[in-house]
Write a protein that binds this ligand. Structure first.
Ligand SMILES: Cc1cc2nc3c(=O)[nH]c(=O)nc-3n(C[C@H](O)[C@H](O)[C@H](O)COP(=O)(O)O)c2cc1C
Length: 241
């Protein structure tokens, strides 16, 4: 069944009356990797190329699976969230890039607690992450910055992300920056000091797979604070849907 909506036209009220029944391949404990980062990579590979990743026949590709909702909070605990793009998963965490003077970066600098949420509509999968944010090194941020298209590199110089601007300020800034760096498409554009990457190092990762009648499969990885007797870094539990 697909979603149905009642809407009385131009008003602030709207009701979602019904929703899809999810049906995704079961998520079973025997198929889970001991590391949530490896498990995430398995799911991400499946989202990008289901055939190559050995997903069940007919599993669709996911549009922009790298889009993730990043939750941050001020020191006082006031939350905010926005979508950013995952650029890399390394053995320690999830990497994204942004402006270091933006609201999200100022909040992360004051309070490193952060969350991520991925929702992959096409395959009814969700991944939730809670962890700590750490800035990437200048060398890591520079290396990624130089891999971006020239327009995006110039855009990073032009945008003082999250500040209030006048109607034409951005266009004027772009012109100024283009004049400063020249029109040579191969000309060097350095990474601005206030631009770079963050790594979210997870302490908790949950994998959710939509199932009929809301009896979804959920598995949560919690980082062991003290080493487990068997050396396991992660404790895995099934959660009630
Ligand atoms: C699909 C999508 C991808 C985005 N990717 C990024 C990103 O990788 N980095 C970024 O700084 N902003 C990205 N944005 C913009 C952010 O959502 C946000 O508007 C911006 O970073 C300012 O957020 P802040 O004021 O909370 O710091 C993206 C937005 C969308 C919708």
């Amino acid at each position: 069944m697909s979603s149905s909506i009642t809407n009385t036209g131009a008003s602030a009220a709207l009701k979602i009356l019904s929703h899809n029944q999810y049906k995704t391949p079961r998520l079973l404990p025997t198929s889970l990797d001991p590391s949530p980062l490896v498990q995430f990579n398995k799911w991400l590979s499946g989202a990008l190329d289901p055939v190559a990743a050995g997903e069940e026949e007919g599993t669709p590709k996911v549009h922009e699976p790298e889009a993730m909702t990043l939750g941050t909070a001020t020191k006082e605990g006031v939350p905010s969230s926005r979508v950013v793009l995952l650029k890399e998963v390394d053995p320690t965490g999830f990497l994204f890039f942004t402006n270091y003077s933006s609201r999200k970066s100022l909040e992360l600098a004051a309070n490193p607690n952060a969350s991520l949420a991925f929702y992959w509509r096409e395959t009814s999968r969700q991944v939730r992450v809670v962890g700590r944010a750490e800035k990437l090194t200048r060398a890591e941020s520079d290396a990624y910055f130089q891999s971006r298209p020239r327009g995006s590199r110039l855009g990073a110089w032009a945008s003082e992300q999250s500040t209030v601007i006048g109607e034409h300020t951005l266009e004027e800034r772009v012109k100024e920056i283009e004049q400063r760096f020249g029109t040579d498409p191969d000309g060097k554009v350095d990474c601005p000091e206030n631009w770079g990457g963050w790594r979210i190092i997870p302490d908790e990762v949950e994998f959710w797979s939509g199932q009929p009648s809301r009896l979804h499969d959920r598995f949560r990885y919690l980082r062991n604070k003290t080493p487990a007797a068997d050396g396991a870094v992660w404790n895995i539990n099934r959660l009630s849907p």
